[in-house]
Design a protein around this ligand. Structure first.
Ligand code: PLP
Ligand code: TYF
Length: 397
């Protein structure tokens, strides 16, 4: 019956993470998967989230199905978090937000909706992007192409080439943009560059699809929503999938949302209606628990500032690891420029290490990074950063 079902080679990142788990060497270091680990190498349970959970569990009653679009308190809290408390677009009823099964669920629901209402539209993603972007959108039946992004000669952005590609894109092309902390490169647009995109998007009638998976890991919670707020203020129509996996360390609770900014409130009503139909066809409605933790943290006057301080601590710890890695490597490998560790932002850096160098790092030194050379800086800590830098220096010599 199932002879024609091919073997699944596995997801490269998840497979590497599993191989790390099985490695018995005591000095092994995991900088493969995009997960934030604390200075003890543990996935944190944030105190704000723990306190929210106590309250949510204490107050919990019966468990009916949520509406297809999720819990109202979660949806409203997400709108304020993304668009700001005074957002005109939110006040005008132009923004619809659905609670989704992780932001992956938001990408999938958004992709299904786009395939139905913009059937000819091509999805343009950055070169490179998170591998699952292509998988999810192709899974929705879309054609996925790339626009220039990462410049391997500088470790920065090919902004002019990116802009030219978008100027040449077909009307109603969907443009996937990482709102901050680009995965896998750590290379982001500056404020001025985001501003320069706006007229091109308007003129070509492009539809941005923003992916915000690392809010708070770049410059700050509000700062990392800069592009989203700019696009909303400029009257663009666009999608945003945002995640709480990293910002609240709630990976397995699968908490995310999909928001759509529409031209007016009447269109927003119909978009919400058809999004509900899309959700109904996929998984009917999202789970209750994780979303209530998020809603509680975001809306509680004590827990909110606690969470903001926790996110700041995670962000600053990553920045410290970037600095240490840069300093040790600059001292050990003179003549080579490691400043990209300081200019790239968020969890990831593209190191420029080749697949063979990554293999050597894993086999000889127990340092696990993705074969593209992507390194998750959040896997480093004060106990292993020197060893990681020494290993990298050894393969670069
Ligand atoms: N988008 C990007 C760029 C990511 O890196 C990730 C996770 O690593 C996701 C989306 C999905 O996150 P989740 O489904 O856990 O919200
Ligand atoms: O490290 C990364 O880029 C991600 C991590 O359901 C991840 O692929 C793992 C599982 C998952 C979503 C993201």
């Amino acid at each position: 019956m199932f002879q024609h079902v091919e073997a699944y080679p596995g997801d490269p990142i998840l497979s590497l993470n599993e191989a790390f788990g099985k490695d018995t060497r005591p000095g092994k270091i995991n900088v493969s998967i995009g997960i934030y680990f604390d200075d003890n190498g543990k996935i944190p349970m944030l105190p704000s989230v723990r306190a929210a959970e106590h309250k949510v569990v204490n107050d919990a009653g019966a468990r009916p199905y949520l509406p297809m679009e999720g819990a109202a308190n979660f949806r409203s809290a997400v709108q304020h978090l993304l668009f700001g408390a005074d957002s005109a677009a939110v006040k005008e009823g132009r923004v619809v937000t659905m609670q989704t099964v992780g932001s992956s669920g938001g990408l999938k629901i958004g992709g299904d909706f786009i395939k139905r209402y913009f059937p000819q539209s091509v999805m343009l993603v950055s070169d490179p992007t998170w591998d699952n972007h292509r998988a999810v959108f192709e899974g929705c039946g879309m054609t996925v192409k790339t626009y220039p992004y990462y410049d391997s000669t500088t470790g920065g952005l090919k902004f002019e080439a990116m802009l030219e590609a978008l100027k040449a894109a077909d009307k109603h092309s969907i443009v996937l943009l990482h709102a901050c902390c680009h995965n896998p490169t750590g290379v982001d647009l500056s404020k001025e560059q985001w501003q320069a995109l706006v007229p091109v998007i308007k003129e070509r009638e492009l539809i941005p699809f923003m992916d915000l998976a690392y809010q708070g890991y770049g410059d700050g919670i509000d700062e990392d929503a800069f592009a989203i707020r700019l696009f909303a203020e400029q009257g663009l129509s666009f999608f945003v999938a945002n995640s709480f996996s990293k910002s609240m360390s709630l990976y397995g609770e699968r908490c995310g949302a999909l928001s759509v900014v529409c031209p007016d409130a009447a269109q927003a009503v119909n978009v919400l209606g058809q999004m509900k139909a899309t959700i109904r066809r996929n998984y009917s409605n999202p789970p209750i628990h994780g979303g209530q933790l998020v809603a509680q943290v975001l809306s509680d006057a004590t827990l909110r500032p606690m969470w903001e301080a926790e996110v700041k601590e995670m962000r600053e710890r990553i920045q410290l690891m970037r600095r240490k890695l840069h300093d040790v490597l600059s001292a050990k490998v003179p003549g080579r420029d490691f400043s990209y560790f300081l200019t790239q932002r968020g969890m990831f850096s593209y190191t420029g290490l080749s697949a063979e160098q990554c293999d050597r790092l894993r086999e000889e030194f127990g340092l696990y990074l993705v074969r593209s050379g992507r390194m998750c800086i959040a896997g480093l800590n004060s106990g292993n950063v020197e060893a990681a830098a020494n290993a990298i220096a050894a393969v670069l010599k």
